[in-house]
Design a protein around this ligand. Structure first.
Ligand SMILES: [Zn+2]
Length: 242
């Protein structure tokens, strides 16, 4: 921690310290606001992803670290939420892919975006958006098509025709002609979420509604659909930023 700033007003001493905290190997900017009037700890995440911790003036580091550890899951969720509103089009920018993160990385001589572990190599991160969206769609065509075929084969279902969808709000659809639509942004989500959306649309072949009978058909194909739906609700806003 560094650059402490001290103020005193009406007998209350306040200090502000800029620093970083470590979470899952990431360094996250953090502002510690200490006040002699405070008795308890509180934490919030600003829209720019900076963590602000409010704490008593003389609280030692031990209890502070324990507080952050105790709220690590909450902190991860908040950071994912604000990541949706951060511009990823810069060196190191964070892109969702199959439930994990890719980091945009400048590489000489790269014509088409190309994945290397958890890096997505591009010629220039600042102008890579159209090329990266094209790359996502090509990945989606391959991965979603393979999952659809695998699920149909596992449940002895006929493989339906399908297309990649560009919908702004929907993850999947089933047309009156029996064509399954799958949103290309699904390739940003974990495999379990992709499978759930596919099972959801396959279940619509039996029930063209969202009745209890429909949800029984979904559960027969995808027993843990509730977890996948929760994950979609949590991260959907981020995926639909693209
Ligand atoms: Zn549905």
């Amino acid at each position: 921690m560094s650059s402490a700033l001290q103020r005193r007003r009406r007998g209350v001493t306040r200090t502000e310290t800029q620093g970083h905290l470590e979470l899952d190997g990431r360094r996250i900017p953090c502002l510690l606001r200490r006040s002699s009037a405070r008795r308890s700890l509180a934490m919030r995440v600003e829209a720019d992803g900076r963590v602000v911790v409010l704490l008593p003036l003389r609280l030692p580091d031990g209890p502070l670290m324990a507080f952050i550890q105790r709220h690590a899951d909450w902190l991860r969720r908040q950071l994912d939420r604000v990541a949706a509103f951060q511009d990823p089009w810069h060196e190191g920018g964070r892109l969702p892919y199959l439930g994990g993160d890719l980091h945009l990385t400048r590489a000489e001589g790269v014509i088409h975006p190309c994945r290397d572990g958890d890096r997505l190599l591009v010629s220039d991160p600042a102008t890579a958006r159209p090329a990266v969206l094209g790359w996502y769609k090509a990945e989606a065509r391959e991965i979603l098509g393979a999952r659809l075929a695998a699920i149909c084969s596992a449940h002895a279902l006929a493989l339906p025709p399908w297309r990649l969808s560009e919908a702004r709000t929907r993850w999947g659809s089933l047309s009156a002609r029996g064509v399954v639509g799958l949103n290309w942004r699904l390739v940003m989500a974990p495999a379990s979420v992709i499978d759930y959306v596919i099972c959801h649309e396959l279940a619509h072949f039996r029930e063209r509604n969202h009745s209890p009978a429909f949800w029984r058909a979904v559960a027969a194909l995808c027993p843990d659909h509730a977890t996948a739906r929760r994950a979609l609700r949590q991260n959907g806003g981020w995926y639909f930023q693209f």
